[in-house]
Design a protein. Structure first.
Length: 233
C-alpha cells in the first residue's frame, strides 16, 4: 500500500506521495505550496470557496499534481489542521498539565477559557470547518475531533483528582460536560454571524460569557476534588 501524503495527528514525518513515490526536495516543496495556498484561502473572505479546484488554482497547479498529495479535501484540511492543533499545547493545553492550586483556581480557569477562546478566534474558519465536517458525519473528521479532544478531558479529570482511565466516573462525566459546554460557547462566539446577533458591545458580551464558563469550570473542579477526597477517606 502506498504511503499517504498526509501526516497523522502526532505529526509524523512524510516520506512518500499517494503514488508511493519518495518525496524529495521538489515534492516536499510542492506539498508545502499546496498547504500554503489552502491557508491563504482560509484566511480570505468568508465567501471564498474552499475546494480542491480552488486550492489548485491558488497554488497554480494542475489537479493531477494536487491528487498526487491529497486524495480529497478532508485529507488536505487534516494536513492543515495538524500543526494548528499541535500549537494548542503552548496556547492552553500545557497549563492543564500542572495541578491548579486551590487559591489560584479561579485565575487558572479564567485564563484557560480565555486562551481556548483566543485559539478558536485565531483559527476560526478551519476549526468551524472541522466541526461542520464532523457534524455531517465525515468519519475522519469525527475521529480527528475525538482524538484531539480526549487528552483535554483526561487532563481536566486529573485537575479534579480523578482517574482519567475511569470513563464512567462522575469526574470523567463532569470533565466531558464542562469541556463540551466551553467548546460550544467558543464555537458560537467565534462564528462570523455572532456579532450581528448582539444588540450592542459584542466583545463585552463575549467576556461575560467566558467569565460564566470559567466560573462553572472552577465550581466543577472544586466539587469533584471534594468528592474524590471523600471517596478516598
Amino acid at each position: 500500500m502506498a504511503n499517504t501524503a498526509v501526516s497523522n495527528v502526532d505529526g509524523g514525518p512524510l516520506s512518500h506521495n499517494l503514488q508511493g513515490q519518495r518525496l524529495g526536495r521538489k515534492g516536499r516543496g510542492t506539498r508545502e505550496r499546496i498547504l500554503a495556498a489552502t491557508e491563504r484561502l482560509l484566511a480570505g473572505p468568508l465567501d471564498t470557496p474552499i475546494s480542491l479546484s480552488a486550492v489548485a488554482r491558488e497554488a497554480s497547479l494542475g489537479m493531477t499534481t494536487l491528487y498526487l498529495y491529497f486524495s480529497d479535501l478532508t485529507e488536505l484540511l487534516l494536513a492543515v489542521l495538524d500543526p494548528i492543533m499541535r500549537s494548542a499545547e503552548d496556547r492552553y493545553i500545557g497549563d492543564l498539565r500542572r495541578r491548579w492550586p486551590e487559591e489560584e483556581l479561579a485565575g487558572h480557569c479564567r485564563r484557560f477559557v480565555e486562551a481556548y477562546h483566543g485559539f478558536w478566534e485565531q483559527h476560526s474558519r478551519i476549526l468551524h470547518l472541522r466541526n461542520s465536517y464532523a457534524d455531517n458525519q465525515d468519519p475522519r473528521m469525527i475521529e480527528y475531533r475525538i482524538e484531539t479532544t480526549r487528552p483535554m478531558i483526561g487532563l481536566l479529570v486529573k485537575q479534579m483528582d480523578g482517574d482519567p482511565a475511569a470513563i464512567l466516573s462522575p469526574s470523567f462525566g463532569m470533565a466531558t460536560t464542562l469541556l463540551t459546554a466551553i467548546e460550544r460557547l467558543v464555537t458560537i462566539s467565534t462564528d462570523a454571524n455572532f456579532p450581528s446577533l448582539m444588540v450592542e458591545d459584542p466583545k463585552r458580551h463575549v467576556q461575560t460569557l467566558l467569565g460564566g464558563a470559567a466560573r462553572l469550570l472552577e465550581i466543577g473542579i472544586k466539587d469533584r476534588r471534594t468528592a474524590e477526597a471523600m471517596a478516598r477517606s
